[in-house]
Design a protein around this ligand. Sequence first.
Ligand SMILES: [Zn+2]
Length: 137
Amino acid sequence: MNGFGGWLRQFGEKLKIGFSRFMMGRYGTDKLNTAILLAGVALCFVTFFTKNDFLDMLLSLLANCLLIWAIFRSFSRNTYKRYQENRKYLQLLDRVKDRQHRYYNCPRCHQVVRVPRGKGKIAITCPKCKEKFIKKT
Ligand SMILES: [Zn+2]
C-alpha cells in the first residue's frame, strides 16, 4: 500500500527540504519578531472595537506594517543586523524591567550609565570619559 498516504508523506518531505533550503542563510525568528507579531495581532484585535473609520484604517495599516516587518526580518539574509536589532530590543526590555536603576546616556560619549533609583539629584560621572553630569533619579 503506497497510495495517497505515501504520496502525501513524500510531498511533506519535499516541502520540508524545500523550506529548509529556502531558509538557509536566512535569519528565522527571535524574541523581537515574536514581540512584533504579537503587537500586530493585538492591533488587529483592537480594530474590532474601534468605532472610528479613520482610526480603524490607521490601526489596520499599522498592524499590516508590523506583520510585514516581522516576515521581512525572518526572511532576511542580513543575519548580523537582525541579531543586533534583537540584542537592542532585549537590552531595552531589561531596562524597562529594572525597577532599581535608571539609565542615562552620557552627554559627551553616549555611554550608557546605570544609576540607582530614588536618590534625588545626583552627580553622575561617566565611567568611560569621566564627564560629570547631574540627573534626577
Ligand atoms: Zn562619557
